[in-house]
Design a protein around this ligand. Structure first.
Ligand code: 5RP
Length: 276
């Protein structure tokens, strides 16, 4: 009995994991098919496990398709993916200057930890948020690739804690400020079990994960609930701006304002595969 009752559980855990992987892959291939045009020259490549499939999808298009393209990474993992696929790599600050301006990226593909209905995102689960944001804002178009698990009506529902990148020296003071802003359990992220100590980013910083109650959208605001954190009610943009005002914070994982023509989130195909 023990054996037979455990076996289906293990099988279903395996198939749930396989479903997530196929959803990530489907979203990534669809995103690349629809948003990587042959005329593009500079392409941002984000970080995380979903982006592995983005790079796979690009590689699958073959050298004739991507040989004129240069790929800009968002960190060490991303750099490794670009190199391993044999794609041309260029650091963000090394791209050519045209008419006195660093050339804009045609598109940037990246994963996300949570996506709301207005295409606001939480990013930074993989601690790469700073360079991811630099690459996102340098791109004419931002494509978020997120499977069905990441969709939510209000940010901080699924992922809960906002990753905040901080100067290590400032961490205790930043924690205090975050506590006062309504995140009593904010904590410095630990490194991988194989690496004792804190999680150190590609930029030599630490990450504080700061949980907040579900974030409000502009349409939720009223004269009484103005989104400035009273009673824990923060609106995304207000919180994003306040986080950046804390001395010692170098960046945070709230990506907002991506709901125009210049952004698209790819989770629809993955949604179709959601178990019912
Ligand atoms: C890293 C990120 C990642 O894009 C995010 O964590 C999603 O990762 P995954 O595709 O593995 O779920 O923001 O900083």
């Amino acid at each position: 009995h023990l054996h037979t009752s455990r076996a289906p559980k293990m099988a279903s855990a395996t198939s749930a994991a396989a479903l997530v992987e196929s959803a990530k892959k489907a979203a990534a291939f669809q995103a690349v098919d629809e948003h990587l045009l042959p005329s593009y020259k500079f392409v941002g490549i984000g970080s995380g496990s979903t982006v592995v499939y983005v790079v796979e999808a690009i590689a699958a298009k073959g050298p004739a398709f991507y040989q004129g393209m240069t790929f800009i990474p968002t960190g060490s993992q991303s750099k490794g993916l670009i190199r391993a696929a044999g794609l041309t790599l260029c650091n963000l600050d090394e791209r050519p200057v045209i008419d006195g301006q660093l050339v804009a990226l045609d598109v940037a593909f990246d994963g996300a930890d949570e996506v709301d209905a207005d295409l606001n995102l939480i990013k930074g689960g993989g601690a790469c948020l700073f360079q991811e944001k630099l690459v996102a804002v340098a791109a004419k178009k931002f494509v978020a690739v997120a499977d069905y698990r990441k969709q939510s009506p209000r940010l901080c529902t699924v992922w809960k804690a906002i990753p905040v990148e901080v100067l290590p020296l400032a961490a205790p003071d930043v924690l205090k400020r975050l506590n006062a802003m309504g995140s009593p359990n904010a904590a410095v992220r630990a490194g991988l079990p194989s690496k004792a100590g804190e999680c150190v980013t590609d930029n030599g910083m630490w990450i504080i994960d700061a949980a907040f109650p579900p974030l409000l959208l502009p349409k939720d605001l009223t004269p009484e609930i103005d989104g400035t954190g009273k009673g824990g009610a923060w609106e995304i943009k207000t919180l994003a701006e306040e986080l950046l005002r804390i001395p010692g914070v170098v960046e945070h994982g709230l990506f907002y304002g991506y709901n125009g023509d210049d952004a698209v989130a790819f989770s629809k195909q993955a949604q179709a595969q959601k178990p019912v």
